[in-house]
Design a protein around this ligand. Structure first.
Ligand code: SF4
Ligand code: SF4
Length: 384
């Protein structure tokens, strides 16, 4: 198979973050230090070489940056401070933008102004939609709107449908991008024939890694696995509540402490606050290899998570205190913060790795099983 080279690829990848290839003298220490290398996966240097050689197709078809769990061991080991861990993070942003057909992932991952601008745009759009709905669709008087008591059920008549749409839209984008990831990695980039049934039998790898994140166990810092799991669990619980139990939260009722509305909400909030604060403090202090260098999105995602949780706590407290109007406006702010988190971060930003990483492990598992089967027969690899 012939591959076209594009000398500009290296400069294009560098738009997505740090990608220091000048310092590297190919000693291989980074690869030796990585606990995630396997027979068919070479981290972190293989895809870095593809990019240096301008091999766009091979780079786009690679799943290695998603297999990388960002432990930072390779950067600690590197005698030239080339920071291969950060190169992997940059490549994840680059690959996300290659999968995304809208072009928005490319814009926000390569431009701080676009990232910030899109979050602010959605943040302002939500209250405008609320006002527009009340004043022009439900034709409520401005004075009534402003003084409406305990507005959670009344503030936005379509809030249930609105929330479901706001969750559905990013997942439609993310799933279409995940299909493009499959197309790059398994269709365009595959060198072996894969029987369809392997996609079914190996689906357990996708489910297992989505649920357990168990390859974090291979990171030398053992606490990373439970920390990452708890934050992810908090995010999934929040989405679960929004999709299935919004009516419990979209109410002025104060439920008794034993009601699931109370403890599910508290649980999600504790995990979100702890996880996001832990990341932000680490990034500010730069006290670990994984936090030594941060891009805008590395701050934006945990900040949005933290603000979502804190504004949710504020709504709960004000509602408890019976401060009707304050609850009303705090809730508007809570929604205005949550919607950019859902609309921007899930399909285009850092949160998209919740789909791409387990998908990469699943593809790896499918490929390895197909390879095993063909090794037991005859031709293994087609001409590469
Ligand atoms: S350890 Fe550093 S210098 Fe050696 S190959 Fe890896 S990135 Fe290059
Ligand atoms: S950051 Fe960790 S998992 Fe990723 S390539 Fe480096 S050593 Fe491997």
């Amino acid at each position: 198979m012939k591959y076209r080279t594009e000398p500009n690829l290296l400069f294009e990848v560098r738009k997505y973050g740090r990608f220091d290839t000048n310092a590297c003298y190919q000693c291989g220490s980074c690869t030796l230090s990585c606990n995630l290398i396997q027979d068919s996966i070479s981290l972190p240097r293989k895809i870095i070489r593809y990019v240096i050689l301008g091999l766009r197709d091979l780079s786009n078809n690679s799943i290695e940056p998603w297999i990388c769990h960002d432990c930072g061991d390779c950067s600690i080991t590197c005698p030239r401070q080339a920071d291969p861990r950060e190169s992997m993070a940059t490549l994840r942003r680059y690959l996300s933008s290659q999968y995304d057909w809208t072009g928005l992932a490319s814009k926000i991952n390569s431009s701080k102004a676009w990232y910030m601008g899109s979050i602010i745009f959605v943040f302002l759009l939500v209250p405008l939609l609320v006002v527009f709905y009340h004043l022009y669709i439900s034709e409520m008087e401005y004075s009534d709107f402003i003084t409406m008591p305990m507005g959670l059920e009344h503030m936005f008549g379509l809030i249930q449908d609105f929330t479901l749409v706001v969750i559905l839209i990013p997942f439609i984008f993310l799933l279409s991008n995940a299909f493009r990831m499959y197309w790059f990695a398994m269709h365009k980039g595959n060198k072996i024939k894969i029987p369809f049934f392997l996609y079914v039998t190996e689906a357990r790898a996708y489910i297992t890694h989505s649920v357990t994140h168990k390859w974090f166990e291979k990171c030398p810092e053992k606490i990373r696995w439970p920390k990452h799991w708890l934050l992810a669990f908090g995010c999934v619980l929040m989405l679960f509540i929004l999709v299935f139990f919004l009516s419990w939260f979209q109410t002025d009722n104060i439920y008794p402490i034993y009601h699931p509305q109370r403890w599910l909400g508290y649980l999600a909030t504790i995990f979100l606050v702890y996880g996001s604060l832990d990341i932000l403090i680490g990034r500010i202090r730069k006290n670990k290899e994984i936090y030594k260098f941060s891009e805008f999105g590395d701050y934006a995602f945990p900040t949005l998570l933290l603000l979502t949780a804190v504004s949710g706590i504020a709504v709960h407290i004000f509602r408890y205190m019976g401060l009707e109007l304050t609850t009303h406006f705090t809730y508007a702010i809570h929604i205005a913060i949550t919607v950019p988190l859902l609309i921007i971060e899930i399909p285009f930003g850092k949160m998209s790795h919740m789909i791409y990483r387990p998908l990469a492990i699943y593809f790896l598992s499918v490929e390895e099983k197909a390879l095993q089967m063909q090794t037991n027969k005859e031709p293994v690899l087609e001409n590469v």
